[in-house]
Design a protein around this ligand. Structure first.
Ligand code: AMP
Length: 279
């Protein structure tokens, strides 16, 4: 496994894959890897000859510096996991390399970035699209894998890729969960024991919504809010039910797939979950 710490080193390594006529799959991450990330690696491996993983805690997608500073990191363990999974190259660029001095270029999906979760975290998705566009340029993969857990992010990246005509196939990978149903996240380690136990209410609320026989946007919303509000440790930050592809508002009886997007806070830690409900 090749570990590259500069963009030029990464490009040279990818060039050797290309010279051998091999296809390249990219998995962008912020590190502190878990089984969810490894599922993205497996999805890339199943579809491409070579797998490139990037580890970059992207400062432009964090609203406040303390969240950025407290983001968990463990590069040594990450590299062991990636090596064991048969990853071919890891790119770990420096911030100054990704955002050179005097940098002033951004990429933004103007509508999708400024709705839903983007209203709670202004500038977040602009940071995501700006860094992902750069990573796409550094690596120039044939395909890239993203988790459905970050559902709005996945739809935004699909839209950006289409709009800018990047010749890259975007693969969405279903959420990987802990045995008890909590969506895996690098942030889960920041939960104390009580909040970790209470956080189960998130996936339980989605199960309850999915089990409804009479599924309207209103009945889904009511069921989820009621279930989560029964847990005093939980604070709902976002509960959105939208058309699954456009993220547009919907109401009444479902006529096309709907995405439920949830962000719930436990003791200062914001957890995300999502589910697509068929009509
Ligand atoms: P992050 O390192 O949190 O930026 O995540 C990197 C990628 O892994 C993103 O595409 C996430 O959506 C994806 N991811 C994170 N957690 C999970 C999970 N539990 N299941 C599937 N994909 C995930």
């Amino acid at each position: 496994m090749q570990v590259c710490r500069t963009i030029s080193d990464g490009r040279n390594t990818v060039a050797t894959f290309r010279q051998a006529g091999e296809s390249v799959g990219l998995v962008p991450t912020m590190g502190f890897l878990h089984a969810g990330h490894m599922e993205l690696v497996a999805a890339a491996k199943a579809r491409a000859d070579r797998v490139v993983v990037t580890i970059f805690v992207n400062p432009t997608q964090f609203g406040d510096a303390s969240d950025l500073d407290s983001y968990p990191r463990d590069e040594k363990r990450d590299l062991q996991m990636l090596e064991a999974a048969g990853v071919d190259m890891v790119l770990i660029p420096e911030v100054i390399d990704v955002y050179p001095e005097g940098d002033e270029t951004i990429v933004e999906t103007t509508r999708m970035a400024n709705m839903l979760h983007g209203l709670v975290r202004p500038g977040h998705f602009r940071g995501v699209t700006t860094v992902v566009a750069r990573l796409f340029n550094f690596v120039q993969p044939d395909l890239a894998c993203f988790g459905e857990k970050d559902y709005q992010q996945l739809q935004i990246i699909k839209r950006m890729t289409r709009d800018l005509a990047f010749p890259i196939e975007i693969i969405g990978v279903p959420i990987v969960r802990e045995a008890d149903g909590l969506a895996m996240s690098s942030r889960n380690v920041r939960l104390n024991a009580e909040d970790r136990a209470a956080a189960l209410i998130i996936s339980q609320s989605l199960n309850a919504a999915e089990a409804l026989t009479d599924k309207t946007v209103e009945s889904l919303r009511e069921t989820i809010a009621h279930t989560i509000n029964s847990e005093p440790r939980a604070t709902i930050h976002g509960l959105d039910i939208v058309q699954a592809e456009t993220l547009n508002d919907i109401s009444g009886v479902l006529t096309s797939p709907a995405a439920i997007m949830l962000s719930v806070e436990f003791g200062g830690v914001l957890l995300l979950d999502q589910r697509v409900i068929q009509p």
